[in-house]
Design a protein around this ligand. Structure first.
Ligand code: F6P
Length: 366
């Protein structure tokens, strides 16, 4: 029987989304002759029944394109802004799914998308997900779409900052994406040879960083590269947050959010380092450059492997699962085991051990 499937991309965009859409669509059409619809702008498109037909023409020449031809969005199906009100639109999405006689929906996204997909799965919608995030913070998979490309961009940026920092005898603080997880900062910091790497998982002390830079200076290295994740926090702020968590209460979440919003900016970190080391400093915020442009070869391979495997899972009647990357192959893992969890960098991760072995300052006093 000819099946029909839908695809949507949700959350922040990342390189490799189009390569995944292509792999899903082409294998569905070529292998099984299925109909493929692409819902636009994430879950909002599903709610509004806004889609395009993904036929062979639509799927052609998109492998190397950045972004997503479907558009994306950060809407939550159970708390959607509709006409000025916040409404639960999960039932509307289910109706649209059924009206289009769909057999399955493929959702490509990160942490938020997995939480949203789980809500629809619990309503009875057969969904398969693909892991996508430049933050690499999804559990259960060896890799996520976009991480490798972003890693290449951030590493190249650090390479380029090295030569200018060296020429001017400066500290250059480079801010890298990742609010909760430091994978991208750690990996690009290692790959680019940063002298200091600050990640959200290891609270930093400006005094310890300044000390590490002063040691380099006295050994004749008059420049330093500091790679900082956008979610890195100081030891003092980490303690304040731990206190809020241990006190608990109805305002705990709001107080934690407020405390986080008061964390030192990258510009403030650079200023403090400048004052305590006597070296000139500059700041580079890489921002969305890390999410733009053509996917790396590895992300294209990952997208193709995961996308084609999604079709095989649907054909085998396996839904409610994420297609995870495991080594060179794939594995399926229930979406319920992925949603609401974050893959953080463990304190004893081999990359951290390796950084410390080279004398890289991780912001703490080890
Ligand atoms: O979740 C991926 C991510 O790229 C984070 O690293 C970053 O903090 C966030 O998205 C920014 O997203 P946006 O500016 O699109 O809301």
């Amino acid at each position: 029987m000819t099946k029909s499937i839908g695809i949507l991309t949700a959350g922040g965009d990342s390189p490799g989304l189009n390569a995944a859409i292509r792999a899903i669509g082409k294998s569905a059409i070529r292998r099984y002759g299925w109909n493929v619809l692409g819902f636009q702008d994430g879950f909002r498109g599903l709610m509004q029944n806004r889609f395009i037909r993904l036929d062979s023409d639509a799927l052609s020449a998109i492998l190397t394109r950045g972004g997503t031809i479907l558009g994306t969005g950060r809407d939550k199906p159970h708390r959607m802004e509709v006409g000025g009100s916040i409404l639960d639109m999960t039932d509307v999405m289910l109706e649209n799914f059924q009206q289009n006689h769909l057999d399955a929906l493929v959702c490509i996204g990160g942490g938020g998308t997995h939480k949203n997909a789980l809500r629809l799965i619990e309503k009875g919608m057969p969904i398969v997900t693909l892991p996508k995030t430049i933050d690499n913070d999804l559990v259960g998979t060896d890799g996520s779409l976009g991480f490798d490309t972003a890693l290449g961009i951030a590493t190249e940026a650090i390479d380029r900052l090295h030569s200018t920092a060296h020429s001017h005898h400066r500290i250059i603080v480079v801010e890298i994406m990742g609010h909760n997880a430091g994978w991208l900062t750690l990996a690009s910091g290692l790959g680019g040879g940063a002298d200091v790497i600050l990640i959200p998982e290891i609270p930093y002390s400006v005094a310890d960083i300044a000390n590490a830079i002063a040691v380099r200076k006295s050994a004749g290295s008059m420049f330093s590269i500091v790679a900082v994740a956008e979610g890195a926090i100081s030891v003092q702020l980490a303690k304040r947050i731990a206190d809020i968590e241990s006190t608990g209460g109805p305002d705990a979440r709001a107080n934690e959010k407020l405390a986080m919003s008061q964390r030192k900016t990258t510009v403030e970190i650079a200023k403090e380092l400048e004052e305590s080391t006597g070296l000139d400093s500059r700041v580079t915020i890489l921002g969305h450059v890390q999410r733009g442009g053509s996917p790396s070869p590895m992300d294209r391979v990952l997208a193709t492997k995961l996308g084609t495997a999604a079709i095989e899972a649907i054909q085998a009647g396996e839904t409610g699962v994420m297609i995870a990357s495991r080594g060179e192959g794939v594995a399926t893992i229930p979406v319920s085991e992925v949603a609401n969890r974050t893959h953080l960098v463990p304190a004893d991760h081999p990359w951290i051990e390796a950084a410390r072995a080279l004398g890289v300052c991780m912001g703490d006093e080890v």
